[in-house]
Write a protein that binds this ligand. Structure first.
Ligand SMILES: O=C(CO)[C@H](O)[C@H](O)COP(=O)(O)O
Length: 252
């Protein structure tokens, strides 16, 4: 089972890199999590190939983890302020619906992931078959990750209750006593607001983001243009959202 999942992540990642990186690609965003490890592996293989025509100028990370991945692979590390327009970003997801709405932030990196995605002409999601869903909250049952300012986390929890939801402060145990602290120094609430279909995804994001002290939610709507899903039978399923692709190209 574990091998099957790893193989699925690797196949999806290799296909995504091979189909979205070419000699015109200059700046690449690198997401976070266990699946993007294979994207970086494939990218490094292609860059180091003596016959390579690639001219990658910079890789922009979305977390401490992805910064380390870029450095260890010998790729060129840069930051978003130096490269505010990114050609293509590759990132994982915790759940993906049919319209390519996503839950992200299982690894606690969704704030920087959203900032890098928003600066990207293309966002390509890589995942294994367990992430595909017909509605958000069906496969991923650990709640919507919501990054919050530490001094307000209890009052934010109360506001979430008044919206009909519940939340749990994400804890770091057993790795450390106390809460998970994000790369930006904030806390994470995992928020339960039921199963989200269609317009409910955006509506829920808007309700949460309006609460003072909420920095970002792990709901990503209309931003992923492509998703590559590694399947159990060894094939890769390709999904595309034309509306998101067009919006992205226009907004950058
Ligand atoms: O959003 C994320 C981190 O904040 C990750 O992309 C998401 O959790 C998927 O991770 P993995 O590839 O390990 O399943």
């Amino acid at each position: 089972m574990a091998d099957l999942v790893e193989e699925a992540k690797k196949k999806a990642s290799y296909a995504a890199i091979d189909e979205h990186v070419d000699s015109s690609t200059s700046v690449i965003g690198i997401g976070s999590g266990s699946t993007v490890v294979y994207c970086v592996e494939r990218l490094a293989q292609r860059v180091k190939d003596p016959n390579s025509a690639l001219k990658i100028k910079a890789c922009v990370p979305t977390s401490f983890q992805s910064k380390q991945l870029i450095i260890e692979a010998g790729l060129l590390l840069a930051d978003l302020n130096a490269h505010p327009v990114i050609d293509v970003t590759f990132d994982g997801a915790d759940e993906i619906d049919e319209s390519l709405n996503l839950i992200k932030g299982g690894g606690g990196c969704h704030l920087q992931e959203k900032l890098v995605a928003a600066a990207s002409k293309k966002l390509v999601i890589v995942a294994d078959y367990r992430k595909e869903s017909n509605a958000l909250g069906v496969q991923w049952t650990k709640g919507i990750p919501v990054e919050v300012i530490p001094m307000a986390y209890v009052s934010i929890q109360k506001k979430i209750e008044s919206l009909g939801g519940t939340s749990k402060l994400r804890m770091a145990a057993p790795a450390k006593a106390g809460p998970v602290v994000t790369d930006s120094g904030n806390l994470i609430l995992d928020v339960f607001m039921g199963i989200l279909r269609g317009d409910a995804v955006l509506e829920t994001h808007l309700k949460l983001i309006q609460i003072p002290g909420v920095v970002e939610t792990g709901l990503f709507m209309d931003i992923a243009g492509w998703a590559y899903l590694g399947l159990q039978d060894g094939n890769v399923k390709r999904m595309a959202n034309v509306t998101s692709q067009e919006k992205q190209w226009k907004s950058v």
